[in-house]
Design a protein around this ligand. Sequence first.
Ligand code: GUN
Length: 297
Amino acid sequence: MMDFTMKNIDGKAISEAVNKETAAEVEALKQKTGKVPGLAVVLVGDNPASKVYVGSKVRKCGELGIYSEKIILPADASQDELLDVIKRLNNDPAIHGILVQSPVPKQIDEAAVVDAIDPDKDVDCFHARNVGRMMLGDFSGFLPCTPWGVMQLLERSGIETKGKHAVILGRSNIVGKPMTALLSAKGADATVTVCHSRTQDIASYTRSADIIVAAIGKPEFLRGDMVKEGAVIIDVGINRVEDPSSEKGYKLVGDVAYDEVAPKASRITPVPGGVGPMTIAMLMKNTLRAFLKTING
Ligand code: GUN
């Protein structure tokens, strides 16, 4: 097997650079105001992947000097219980950012929960007000963590998006939809195609793509014969697949068949160590932005 790691976009290193900037700003603001940003992370239930993500977010807060609270509700918690928690956090001056880890159990109406979060504390950028502002081209507020992280990966790797054809696989509210807005925005200037589960002949689109963002939630969906030579591949997928040879019994694979696609790609994000750490880094940035707003108005 050839080694294609020199093509890798190193999300770990780039996220560390972003986190270093955040930590320095947090420290400077602490000196100036005597206060630090605070993030509340709420998990309902015990989805194993969600538990890992929530743990990583809280740990990163600690590393960057950000105060954090982890709130865990049982899997059978009611909508009202969760809304009570959000109300308390909305009114807590030590908390500048609130995040409810998705997905939530089926008795909970996720849209109503997002709506209940104070938009000024909506560090996920899920609230209609913040999504709306972003769609209108105002990027000064919160930006959705994963799509923003992808844009940072591209920018900080010197990858040109202007005039390029970007194909996004997946139309989720969390990645696909906001990704189209950021890539096609003035300044980024890509031409964007969105493919999804009902798209006919996805390969006919991906083969003409200069940049592919795979966020479709299907393990190794993008194969080697679906990409053109020299394409830039961003793999947002994190799928757990059975692996009896590993200690945990599973391994993580992306939405891209790395071994097939890497030989053709000019640059590619690995899984893990690509987009994942960027999502958390941008969450920290949003938390800092939320805090700054309470100081500067
Ligand atoms: N689940 C998967 N990604 C995310 C994210 O960025 N934020 C939240 N709240 N839940 C998620």
